[in-house]
Design a protein around this ligand. Structure first.
Ligand code: 5AD
Ligand code: SF4
Length: 431
C-alpha cells in the first residue's frame, strides 16, 4: 500500500517539476513514507530518520518529510523529538505536498497536516510507476472494521472506494505503459463499494480489460468473502487463484476479543468453500501470537487450525501494543518471552507445511509469468505461478513478461526450481 501511495506522491512531484534521484546523497528533498502497524515498523523509521539527520547536518538546505501512517499517529512527538524534520503529512494530505515544500523552501515554519478525509481517494492523480510487470492499483482506502489490535482505522480513517470508471482508466493506462499484471490494493480490499458496484463487479470489469493478463488482490477480510466473489474468480482465467486470508487467531474467545467478526468454525467453512469452488487456489494468512489474554489452550487452537488448513505460507507476528487501540487497554498483556516462544512454535509448525505444499508442485508443468532476474544468478529468471509461487529457471530464450511453461524439478526454501519446456512438450504433459 505504501509503495502505491509513494507512486502517487512521485506522480504529484513529477508534475510539479521535481525529479527522482537515484542516490539518497543527491536528493534535496527526502520523504519517508511510513508504516505504523507494529512497533518494529516505527523503530525502523526512527533509525532511518537518525541517518537523515546526519545528512541534514552536512547540508541544512535539505528538506526532510515524514509521510503516511506514522505521521498521522505521532505527528507531535516527531516534531518535538526531531527538530530536523521539516514536514509531516498524513495519508490523506499528499495533495498539499508541492505547496508545503514551496512554503518551507520560502522560509516558512515547519508544516503538519494529518487531517483525515472521508472522501480523498486520489482519483484524479496518476501514479509514477517504476517500470516492471506488476502495477499496483489502489482501489479503496481506510478501514471500518476496527480490529482491536489494529491502528489502521485510526491512521487511515474511514473506508472509501474509487469509481469503477477511474479504475478502468488507470488499468488501461498501466497496460499502455507495458504492465501485464494488476494487484488491487486496499486495507480491506473486498469491502470495496462504489455506487451499486461491489468488489466482484469491479473484478469482472477489470478482468475484461484487454491486455490484463493477471489480476491479484490483497488483503481481503474473511467476513467479506462471498460466493459471488469465488464464482467470479473461477470464471476468469486471468484472476489469480491465490487468496490471502488473514486468520489472526484460531480461538473463538480471542477472535471475539479481536473483533474479527468470524469464529473458527466459520473460517474453516470458508476455507472448505474456497477449495470446493477453486480447487487449485493457494492460501496464505496472517497470524498474531500473544494477543492480550491468549492462553496456552487458545494458542493451541491456532496451531490446530494451521494444521487443518495447511496454508501455503503464513506471515506471523508477535502482538505489538498500539497506543490508542482497544487492545492496548487490556490488562492481561502476554509477557514477551511467552510471545517469543509461541512465535517459534508456530514457525516450526508452518515451515514443513509450506515445504510440503511446494513439493507437491515437483513434476508438474506450470505457467509462469517471467518477472525479473533471479537474485542468485544472472543466467536465471524468476517468475510467479498463478498460485503465487516463485519459480526460478534458466533464461534460455524467454524474456521478461513472457508467459512460459516450466517443468518443476525441485523445491527449495520458499521457491521452486524448474526448466522451460517446449510448447509441444507442455501440451503432451497436460494431455
Ligand atoms: N500487532 C501485531 N500484528 C499486527 N497486525 C496488525 N496490527 C498488529 C499488531 N498490533 C498484523 C495483522 C495484520 C497484518 C497486516 O499485521 O496480522 O493482518
Ligand atoms: Fe486492521 Fe485489517 Fe482489521 Fe482493518 S481489517 S482493522 S486493516 S487488521
Amino acid at each position: 500500500m505504501n509503495v502505491a501511495d509513494s507512486e502517487w506522491v512521485a506522480g504529484l512531484l513529477d508534475k510539479s517539476g521535481y525529479r527522482r534521484t537515484q542516490r539518497l546523497e543527491d536528493a534535496k528533498i527526502i520523504l519517508i513514507n511510513t508504516c505504523a502497524i507494529r512497533e518494529k515498523a516505527e523503530e525502523t523509521v526512527h533509525s532511518r530518520l537518525g541517518r537523515l539527520a546526519e545528512l541534514k547536518q552536512k547540508d541544512p538546505s535539505i528538506l526532510i518529510g515524514v509521510l503516511g501512517c506514522m505521521a498521522k499517529n505521532l505527528a507531535d512527538s516527531l516534531l518535538e523529538s526531531k527538530p530536523y524534520v521539516d514536514l509531516v503529512l498524513g495519508p490523506d494530505s499528499y495533495r498539499r505536498l508541492p505547496e508545503i515544500i514551496r512554503q518551507r523552501q520560502a522560509g516558512q515554519g515547519r508544516s503538519v497536516d494529518t487531517q483525515l478525509s472521508r472522501f480523498e481517494v486520489y482519483d484524479d492523480l496518476f501514479p509514477t510507476r517504476q517500470s516492471g510487470v506488476n502495477a499496483w492499483l489502489s482501489i479503496m482506502r481506510g478501514c471500518d472494521k476496527f480490529c482491536t489490535f489494529c491502528v489502521v482505522p485510526f491512521t487511515r480513517g474511514r473506508e472509501r472506494s474509487r469509481s469503477v470508471e477511474s479504475l478502468l482508466a488507470e488499468a488501461e493506462d498501466a497496460i499502455d505503459q507495458g504492465f501485464v499484471e494488476l494487484t488491487l490494493l486496499g486495507q480491506n480490499v473486498n469491502s470495496y463499494r462504489h455506487g451499486e458496484a461491489r468488489f466482484p463487479d469491479l473484478l469482472t470489469a477489470l478482468a475484461a480489460v484487454e491486455g490484463v493478463r493477471r489480476i491479484r488482490y490483497t488483503s481481503p477480510h474473511p467476513s467479506d468473502i462471498d460466493r459471488r466473489l469465488l464464482d467470479v474468480m473461477a470464471a476468469h482465467p486471468n484472476i489469480c487463484k491465490s487468496i490471502h486470508l488473514p486468520l489472526q487467531s484460531g480461538a473463538d474467545r480471542i477472535l471475539r476479543r479481536m473483533n474479527r467478526t468470524y469464529t473458527q468454525g466459520e473460517y474453516l467453512a470458508l476455507v472448505a468453500r474456497i477449495r470446493e469452488v477453486l480447487p487449485d487456489c493457494s492460501l496464505s494468512t496472517d497470524i498474531i501470537v500473544g494477543f492480550p489474554g491468549e492462553t496456552e489452550g487458545e494458542f493451541l487452537a491456532t496451531l490446530e487450525v494451521m494444521e487443518q488448513v495447511k496454508f501455503d505460507s503464513a506471515f506471523t507476528f508477535k502482538y505489538s501494543v498500539r497506543p490508542g487501540t482497544k487492545a492496548a487497554e487490556y490488562q492481561d498483556q502476554v509477557p514477551e518471552e511467552v510471545k517469543q516462544a509461541r512465535l517459534k512454535r508456530l514457525l516450526e509448525l508452518q515451515k514443513p507445511i509450506s515445504l510440503r505444499r511446494n513439493r507437491a508442485y515437483v513434476g508438474r508443468i506450470v505457467e509462469v509469468l517471467v518477472e525479473k532476474e533471479s537474485k542468485k544468478s544472472d543466467r536465471q529468471w524468476a517468475g510467479r505461478t498463478d498460485s503465487n509461487k516463485w519459480v526460478v529457471f534458466d533464461k534460455e530464450s524467454a524474456r521478461i513478461k513472457d508467459f512460459v511453461d516450466v517443468h518443476i524439478d525441485s523445491s527449495y526454501g520458499v521457491a521452486l526450481k524448474g526448466h522451460l519446456v517446449a510448447p509441444s512438450e507442455a501440451y503432451h504433459a497436460v494431455a
